[in-house]
Design a protein around this ligand. Structure first.
Ligand code: HEC
Length: 171
C-alpha cells in the first residue's frame, strides 16, 4: 500500500510543520513579518521549539534561568496589548520586543520612542529588565510605557525568562 504510506508521511510532515501547542500568542501577526531583511537567514519566523526555548533561558544568569515559563506567559498577558515578541513581529503601542536581550534601549528600528527613553544608553539584560518591570517610571521617568510594575519578584523572574524564550533569535 504505497499510497497509504505516502498519506501517512504527508500527515506527519503537516503535523511537524504545524508547530501547534502555543501558537496562539503572535501567529496571527506573521503576515506582517515577511518584510525585515535583517533576518534573511530564516525563511519564516517560526515559533521556537521547546528545546530552543530551554536553551535560551539557560543562558540567563541565576535566578532568571530558573524562571517558570508558564507563569511568565500568564503574567505577560498584561503586556500583550502593547507588545509582540517574535523577532520581526509588528510594533503596536509599544515596540516589538524580538531580539530584546543584548539590544541597546530604544533602538528597535522603525519605532518612535519617547525622548526620555532615547536618552538612556544601557543595553537590555535580565538585571535591567528586572528594574524596569519593578517600576518603569522609577527607572526612567516620563516614558510612554504606562505599566505600574510587578510587585512580586517571582513574577518578574518568570516574565524575564519567558521574554528570553520568546524573543531570542533562533534558526
Ligand atoms: C499600555 C501599553 C504597554 C504595556 C501594557 C506594556 N508596555 Fe512596554 N512599552 C510600551 C511603550 C509605549 C514603550 C516605549 C516607551 C517609550 O518610548 O517611552 C514600551 C517599552 C518597553 C520596553 C523597552 C523596549 C526597547 O526597545 O528599549 C520593554 C523591554 C517593555 N516595554 C517591556 C514590557 C513588558 C515586559 C510589559 C509587561 C509587563 C510591558 N512592556 C507592558 C507600552 C506598553
Amino acid at each position: 500500500m504505497r499510497h497509504l504510506g505516502l498519506t501517512v508521511a504527508a500527515a506527519a510532515v503537516a503535523a511537524a510543520l504545524c508547530g501547534c501547542g502555543k501558537s496562539s500568542t503572535t501567529s496571527s501577526d506573521q503576515s506582517q513579518a515577511s518584510q525585515p531583511s535583517a533576518t534573511s537567514a530564516s525563511s519564516q519566523p517560526a515559533e521556537p521549539t521547546p528545546e530552543q526555548k530551554k536553551q535560551a533561558v539557560a543562558q540567563l544568569p541565576a535566578p532568571y534561568n530558573t524562571g517558570d515559563l508558564d507563569n511568565g506567559e500568564a503574567k505577560f498577558a498584561v503586556c500583550k496589548s502593547c507588545h509582540t515578541l517574535a523577532p520581526g513581529g509588528p510594533d503596536m503601542t509599544g515596540p516589538n520586543l524580538g531580539g530584546l536581550f543584548g539590544r541597546k534601549v530604544a533602538t528597535k528600528a522603525g519605532y518612535a520612542y519617547s525622548d526620555p527613553l532615547k536618552a538612556q544608553s544601557f543595553t537590555w539584560d535580565a538585571a535591567h529588565l528586572d528594574t524596569w518591570l519593578t517600576d518603569p517610571k522609577a527607572m526612567v521617568p516620563n516614558t510612554k510605557m504606562t505599566f505600574p510594575g510587578f510587585k512580586d519578584p517571582k513574577d518578574r523572574i518568570d516574565v524575564i525568562a519567558y521574554l528570553k524564550a520568546e524573543t531570542s533569535p533562533h534558526s
